[in-house]
Design a protein around this ligand. Sequence first.
Ligand SMILES: [Zn+2]
Length: 389
Amino acid sequence: MEDDETAEHVPTMHLPGGGQDQVFDTRQSSTYARGSGQILAWQDYRLLKRRLELLGELVLTLNEKIFQIIHKPPEKTECLDVLEKYLKHKYKDQSGIIYASTIKECEDLSEALNERGLRVKYYHAQLEPGIKKLIHERWLKNKYQAVVATIAFGMGIDKPDVRFVIHYSVPKSVEGLYQESGRAGRDGKNSDCILMFSLADFLRNVSMASSKNEEKNAKSILEYCLDQNRCRRAFIAEFFEDKWEQSECDKMCDHCRNPKEIFYYDITPAFKDMVQLIEAASEKEVKLTLNKLVTAWFQSGTKQLRISSLKKPKCTKQQADHIIGYLVFKGYLNIDKGYSMYTTLAYIQKGNVSAIDRVVMPYIFGLNYQKVSTETETVAEPLAKKSKS
Ligand SMILES: [Zn+2]
């Protein structure tokens, strides 16, 4: 903990459009002034300091950004279809950024989109400074509709009319999501911040984390990705310990635009199946990646990893991802990092589950497990509580 916590000041950070940051100590404004788009204030100096360290550039409010998550299709071609549609129709003649998670992904994606006739260019840390400058300039002049970038693309970007920021892969933290999305809509007009979620991408981030802290950051975003009815903007604001009422969103996130009723499902049978599969594989000295676990659960793939007495689950692969993600989030399943010759891997392991006899999961209508009346009925306490520092 930092000693600045005792500071009595209520600091305000003033952000003149694109200019220098100035920090004031003031008691004038308590919560941050929404609507102006210019003033952010935090009651806690520690948080302000953390954010200044974190961002190192303009911080913008959540105003005028429409946050949404879409399911990322499993096949690359389908992912490309999604992006092509966005760029050719919804964002026709509009400017944006597509964030990918690795240099290779960024180059591959950019080239695949070029092949589909889109004017985009990749950008990452390994490019020559002259090339980077050129790409940046061309994008500023709208010669490129979008830059397909790693997070290296960000510092000093002040293009006002960025209408979309798409995270093609799960961001490496909630801070990352917030910061990268902050590059959209600097002209104060509506812009979209879309996250394409897949559990596999989330697991890859965790496996690639090179410190405990990075790992914790990578995990912090899972709850945001799995949530199905809470206001996205409220979630982000609360993550940074700002106050935010769902009603203030004014339909500026997918959940507030299209509210869905949530039900509670008893997913204990799914959980028990997975534990059995993990234990059986472990006896054969095999560790299960997400893909292997799901494949075995659906009674396909390597016969050696299947259990013939288990029934094929009555859910879709997308729902299976959600269930596994939820179990990981709750700590009922753990992620174990491993290394192959070329890459890092994430294995799904059993959590500390001896005391768990029932797992209830919130989900929208349509999951083929037994509905129960309330989440708190007889659910065991989560073993891994969400940690916040
Ligand atoms: Zn909302």
